[in-house]
Design a protein around this ligand. Sequence first.
Ligand code: ADP
Ligand code: ADP
Length: 218
Amino acid sequence: MSLALRNVSRTFNGTTAVKGVNLEVEPGEIIGLLGTSGCGKSTLLRAISGLDPEYDGEIEINGNVSREIQDTASFIFQEPRLLPWLNVLDNVTFGLTGKRKDKENKAIDYLESVGLSDKDALYPRELSGGMAQRVAIARALVTSPEILLLDEPFSALDAFTKMQLQDLLLDVWKKYQSTIVMVTHDIDEAMYLCDRVVILKGQPGEVEREIRIEQKRP
Ligand code: ADP
Ligand code: ADP
């Protein structure tokens, strides 16, 4: 799914947080958003997702201008944000509609792909940070999103878990060719995952430059 930001700005109470951002993203492209803290990376993700419709300018998704919540988009945050009163399985089925059994089968498939099919009955408090983030990934993917919006998804994890989940993300991307916009502070991660890196400078956040990365993906 293609994505285009045209002259997108966001002002909070008279203060401009993001100014005049233009960005064209091709279907299946993986974009890294980099920049110092407070330069508007999260603000841009929220605008794209439709969670924050109060920006100026236009955002086009597959050629259509829209400010609605994007059902075809999923968010993954730095922290898992699981619902503590639901077990792993119910956290993953939560956003699905349909018959209970179908939802559960689908959730189990995705838990399997993140290596957690035997943890379905556990509660969030019983999981390690890495496991909880895997559940968050399964929950984000189970709806087959065409756009994945990631806000520092791996930065709270140890180096080994981080590498595993980066590869998991690539596996998923290969399978579904989702369009991915990912905020990261990790240059190595951006070099490993992204087709293009967009560097913002603040404040207000503006695109400073774009760097294309030649990825040799099998
Ligand atoms: P980043 O993700 O790059 O760290 P943010 O997008 O979170 O930056 O924030 C960009 C700027 O906008 C910051 O100065 C932040 O304080 C401000 N900001 C973000 N959201 C709000 C809000 N809801 N109300 C007021 N200011 C906000
Ligand atoms: P982070 O970038 O650290 O992950 P977020 O950008 O997700 O944090 O911010 C979480 C919430 O706080 C969002 O709803 C955002 O709009 C709000 N927020 C961020 N900065 C400010 C601010 N300066 N004033 C008010 N609300 C803010």
